[in-house]
Design a protein around this ligand. Structure first.
Ligand code: THU
Length: 162
């Protein structure tokens, strides 16, 4: 038996002022994306802004449905939109934020496991890291240099190849 450890690197920022101009811009766009959230059931709005290597930014928001499992998270709405519109796009970075009228969110909202798995596959496909920023409007901000930091044990396709 061996006992192993993984180190995960991430950065923590006290507020948006500590970010670079382009990161601030991406966070502001993720906030803008909240406006299109369709979340009458959870009342929890999630927005994302994804910057491609071309400079283009694609927005996404969570889309719910009365048949609850049929809804989709903001991250996957935007990622699958990129996959279908720009199949060869390279993603540089993404910012994610959330809001609800029910309470004040004071810590960054991090992505669910299903979204992390999809983010991991986009990263693997393009072979360059995707930077992820979890932007909290009234609290600290987290930044990871790669999806690998968030899901080091992602399911990978070579498991299907035997
Ligand atoms: N949600 C996201 O959009 N992204 C996540 O990573 C986790 C959760 C959405 C799904 C649902 O519409 C609402 O947040 C409450 O779970």
């Amino acid at each position: 038996m061996k006992s192993l450890n993984l180190n995960i690197s991430f950065e923590q920022y006290a507020g948006i002022d500590e970010l670079s101009d382009s990161e601030r811009q991406l966070c502001a766009l993720s906030e803008k994306a909240l406006a299109t959230s369709y979340s009458p059931y959870s009342k929890f709005r999630v927005g994302t802004a994804i910057r491609l290597a071309t400079g283009e930014v694609v927005l996404g928001s969570n889309q719910e449905n009365l048949a609850y499992p049929s809804g989709l998270c903001a991250e996957r709405v935007a990622l699958f939109s990129i996959g279908s519109t720009y199949p060869n796009a390279v993603i540089e970075s993404m910012a994610i934020t959330a809001q609800t009228d029910n309470f004040e969110i004071l810590t960054p909202v991090t992505s669910c496991g299903g979204c992390l798995q999809v983010m991991a596959e986009f990263e693997r496909k393009q072979s360059t890291p995707i930077e992820v920023i979890f932007y909290c409007l009234n609290g600290e901000i987290l930044k990871v240099p790669s999806v690998k930091s968030l899901l080091p044990f992602a399911f990978v396709e070579d498991r299907l190849e035997r």
